[in-house]
Design a protein around this ligand. Structure first.
Ligand SMILES: Cc1cc2nc3c(=O)[nH]c(=O)nc-3n(C[C@H](O)[C@H](O)[C@H](O)COP(=O)(O)O)c2cc1C
Length: 678
């Protein structure tokens, strides 16, 4: 049952704008939470993506909260591109155009990246340059902290609230709207009269029917045919890794594609997963939406979230929205549990839900949601008295976001006929997310489950996203300004499916005729199980299987791949390989962290970099600045790899000490460093 809703009071001049930049939804979620907080303080609040707001509109506000994550190589997210370009126009310099704006900013980042929180810092600096002043200190969250972004966000947002309460007092006796009272819903849905499509009876549903194949009308998307979807790891291996081949049809209007092809390194294909019908039915049953589920709704009279995509066929019923658009199996956020509490009719349930959302109860919240990866459906099942009114459900369930996968075939995907018929091939390497949680329940990610059952012959919608980072421009990745013919050497470090964008880059370089050497360090668990692309052909013309020396595999004449198998029998050779002509006694010292190989039985990419330090040092210090790519697992790998490169620089006397080595790696004249980890 719905509690009494309280409308924020309209107070002349009490306006605030909350603007966000977000790649995968974390910053968006925080922005929405902050906008609810300001609405409860009776601020007339607008919350939107930065790109939805023109500078002229921003200038009308006196108060703003910015929230942005950092992506790529210290870049702002895609949905800020227009806003950020406008903000940086040189003709705004010295205009003090934001002189009347007071702002604060919260950044989301990950300290395993060298440019930690760079986007928020850049944005903050530019806002100040244009005259804006800060009304509250900036906050920075770090994914690496124990409770992730929340470790910094929760105290920051609480302090921000206190600051707003004190510095922007409410008139008279007006009080903030308490957290346990629902705000009015933002959206509503109107149904067509009398137009009910037949409800599929539960008998007619298969035990696990697959998601429907209807297509969504997604702006700028392309139609793709699934040619194959093959598991490349053995069934006995813990992880199901898929190689997926798609035939894509571009239209003449997709000008951006014509511009970016044939350089595809760093580009991603976005796959739009769907829910399984059985899950949708479970939700409908639990919420008591049966009578509405198969009613056609009227788009013109409804106010729906902007990012809901209709079906390409015009008929849309609530069940379609739930199947194609709302993420009903995600791990719920704190704000979801808080909203649920508004609709709990059982007092114990209500109290328990509110407990989870109280400041200081983060651990309980994580233990209940994130750690066991409890899905929204399971949480709803645990609180049976909660019946969410449909108009609130529209804002409570997150919209399904497309999932990005690195394109792994690169330029070889684009045949010469592309200009005439617009057809090209895209290959993806996807590791499906399946695991047992601490409550021993097997779990699958939404997209993983969708991909697992995606059959060859199915037509789907995909989008192609060019890389966000300027680092990935062909002039950086292939040649560099000074080396037109030979190209830059490439040292690539990949773990697991991190090999996907690197393979694309290698293919792009081949297609561009770059002859400079390529050294790939590839980390995985077992040679026999997940050495992805081990049998890559040595060149597209000869179709010979790759050849090997005792340790490396060759992908063509100038591409040498050195694997690190973390779970196989240990290598006995842990000393650095000797430069030609150097006697063994000069290098019989084993670097301390290479002892890990012997002591812990682990052989990782950073160890191989050091072991092959001599070869690496030659590439680092040639005449041409090399490209270093690091792709794969987030966590400690990127830092350790960076440190291994620094050690090599010191070990081979290329720089005097670690500090100089760090400066060297960060100097874009010396090396192009591209890190993409997830
Ligand atoms: C491909 C990729 C690149 C990233 N680059 C950086 C970076 O350069 N610096 C940083 O501090 N965080 C970086 N991050 C971490 C994100 O900022 C962090 O995960 C954040 O919570 C994402 O928020 P969002 O979902 O709103 O985009 C990166 C994350 C990804 C997936």
């Amino acid at each position: 049952m719905e509690q009494n809703v309280v409308e924020p009071t309209v107070i002349e001049g009490r306006d605030i704008i909350v603007l966000y930049g977000s790649e995968t939804g974390n910053a968006e979620d925080i922005a929405l939470e902050l906008s609810k907080m300001t609405r409860r303080l009776h601020f007339k609040t607008v919350c939107d993506e930065m790109d939805e707001i023109k500078l002229a509109e921003l200038i009308r506000y006196r108060l703003a909260i910015f929230v942005t994550s950092t992506t790529g190589q210290g870049d702002l997210p895609r949905n800020t591109a227009k806003f950020w370009t406008n903000l940086r126009r040189t003709r705004l310099n010295n205009t003090n155009c934001l002189g009347a704006l007071k702002f604060t900013i919260f950044g989301l980042g990950d300290s395993s990246y060298p440019n930690v929180n760079a986007a928020a810092r850049k944005l903050r600096a530019r806002l100040k340059q244009l005259g804006a002043t800060e009304f509250f200190r900036p906050g920075e969250g770090d994914e690496r902290h124990d409770n992730g972004i929340d470790s910094a966000y929760l105290p920051w947002s609480q302090e921000l609230r206190e600051h707003l309460v004190t510095d922007y007092p409410l008139p008279g006796n007006l009080q903030p709207i308490a957290d346990d009272i629902p705000l009015p819903p933002k959206y509503h849905i109107e149904f067509e009269m009398g137009n009910v499509l037949p409800t599929p009876s539960s008998d007619s549903l298969q035990p696990e029917p697959y998601p429907p194949t209807e297509l969504l009308d997604i702006p700028n998307s392309l139609t793709a045919l699934v040619n194959s979807n093959t598991r490349v790891t053995p069934i006995s291996h813990w992880q199901d890794v898929r190689h997926i081949q798609l035939s894509v049809q571009a239209e003449k209007k997709d000008v951006y594609l014509h511009k970016m092809l044939p350089f595809l390194a760093g580009a991603t294909a976005v796959i739009y997963p769907k829910n399984f019908p059985q899950d949708v039915q479970t939700l409908i049953d639990m919420m008591g939406w049966d009578s509405l589920a198969d009613r056609q709704f009227d788009r013109n009279r409804s106010t729906l979230p902007k990012k809901l995509y209709p079906l390409t066929t015009c008929q849309s019923v609530l069940r379609d929205l739930l199947t194609h658009n709302f993420d009903i199996t995600a791990v719920p956020k704190r704000s979801f549990l808080r909203q649920m509490s508004h609709f709990a009719t059982n007092e114990n349930e209500k109290e328990r839900l509110l407990e989870f959302t109280k400041p200081g109860n983060q651990q309980e919240f994580y233990d209940y949601t994130s750690r066991p990866r409890r899905t929204t459906l399971e949480v709803l099942r645990d609180f049976p008295s909660v019946k969410i009114p449909l108009r609130y459900a529209l804002e409570m369930f997150p919209v399904i976001r497309g999932r990005e996968f690195s394109i792994c075939n690169g330029a070889t995907s684009v045949p010469p006929t592309f200009k005439e018929d617009g057809q090209f091939k895209v290959e993806l390497t996807a590791a499906l997310v399946e695991y047992k949680t601490i409550i021993r329940k097997p779990r699958e990610g939404l997209c993983s489950r969708y991909l697992k059952h995606l059959k060859a012959g199915t037509t789907i919608k995909i989008s192609i996203n060019p890389p966000t980072s300027p680092t990935l421009r062909p002039e950086n990745m292939l040649v560099g300004p000074e080396t037109k013919r030979q190209g830059r050497p490439l040292i690539a470090v990949a773990t697991g499916t991190g090999i996907a964008p690197i393979r694309a880059l290698i293919n792009d370089r081949k297609a561009a005729g770059i002859k400079a050497p390529v050294l790939v360090f590839f980390g995985c668990r077992n040679e026999k199980a997940d050495f992805l692309f081990e049998k890559e052909h040595s060149s597209s013309s000869s179709k010979q299987p790759s050849s090997r020396d005792d340790e490396a595999v060759y992908w063509g004449d100038n591409v040498r791949v050195i694997p690190a198998f973390s779970r196989d029998e240990n290598p006995t050779q842990v000393k650095p390989l000797l430069p030609p002509g150097v006697e063994s006694e000069t290098t019989d010292r084993i670097p301390t962290d290479m002892l890990e190989i012997v002591e812990q039985g682990k052989n990782y990419v950073q160890h191989q970099i050091k072991k092959h330090g001599y070869e690496v040092s030659r590439l680092l210090m040639g005449n041409v600045a090399p490209v270093i790519c690091v792709c794969g697992n987030a966590g400690r790998m990127p830092e350790r790899v960076r440190s291994a490169f620094e050690d090599v620089l010191v070990e081979y006397n290329l720089v005097p000490g670690k500090e100089e080595a760090r400066a060297w790696v960060n100097n874009s004249d010396k090396v192009v460093y591209w890190q993409e980890v997830w």
